[in-house]
Design a protein around this ligand. Sequence first.
Ligand SMILES: Nc1nc2c(c(=O)[nH]1)N[C@H]1C(S)=C(S)[C@@H](COP(=O)(O)O)O[C@H]1N2
Ligand SMILES: [Mo]
Length: 330
Amino acid sequence: MANDIKSSEITPESVYLNRRNFIRAGLVAGTTLATSLAYRFFNPPPPKEINTAQIENLAKPPEFKTEEKLNSFEEITNYNNFYEFSTSKTSVARASEDFITRPWTIEVGGLAGKPKVFDIEELLRFEQEERIYRFRCVEGWSMVIPWVGFPLKKILDAVEPSGKAKYVAFETFYGGAKSSNPNVKLPEGRNGMQSAFAAGIDLPYVEGLRLDEALHPLTILATGLYGKQMPNQNGAPIRLVVPWKYGFKSIKSIVKITLTETEPPITWKIAAPDEYGFYSNVNPDVSHPRWSQATEQRIGEYTRRKTLPFNGYADEVASLYNGMDLKKYF
Ligand SMILES: Nc1nc2c(c(=O)[nH]1)N[C@H]1C(S)=C(S)[C@@H](COP(=O)(O)O)O[C@H]1N2
Ligand SMILES: [Mo]
């Protein structure tokens, strides 16, 4: 029998698999909606391969790097918080696939002598450096991520903050250009993001730092990771990274930076002021009202590890908070 089969009839594996999927899809189509939803849940479409360009001028050797084992590119790009796209960490990659990040500008102003609109292409021409940082989410998980970027100080210095400026406010993209400044150029519409109602938080997402925190050498604007331009799900084309604070301070896909005199509103404090504070420095001694912050789950490890004060960056940043009661200013 087998010898009688002509080679042209032998089904290559790829065709076989497609045919099986086709049959399976047909079966699903014939059943109830609930079954088809269950099918999609257990067989989610695989995320597309991420094909971002190499960062070109990755010149400087890393000034700050931990020697801990890096999380993989796969882990970093498939377990994300980015509520504008999905509240499910494993769904953000696919939900943000079609996010358009050109043209893109960051409008930097407020209490500044020389306010300026920076184009992303100009920011990508800045000298970029690698920063291997621990990253600790307030939910109790952590990773080690090789970011690429440059100190935030570089663009703050360029706009010349006035003596009155005490804080820096940040805003994420949420629907086209809203500025009267003709140099602001952004993609149209909501660009794949969901409604604030679906996200469950006020949008646009906003964050803030004290000016001295913003000028600290550990604080960077990240343009990529693993030597590649920033994947959409991690906050393309440019996001903040503040490694000694809980992850929600590291706001993604930034379009606006404003120097202010008073403490700016921040998304998670607006949502739940008893649970999330403006400072949000990583602190094993101050529990979240609903869970302890003493330990964390490093993604890829099997046992929890101890959380370090200021996420292990106390030598660099603890002095910023001298004389402050960190239980009060949480
Ligand atoms: N605009 C925006 N920025 C955001 C978030 C968000 O939902 N929207 N989530 C924050 C939270 S809670 C975390 S932990 C980090 C996650 O960054 P990552 O997905 O690159 O690990 O992004 C932060 N920045
Ligand atoms: Mo987070």
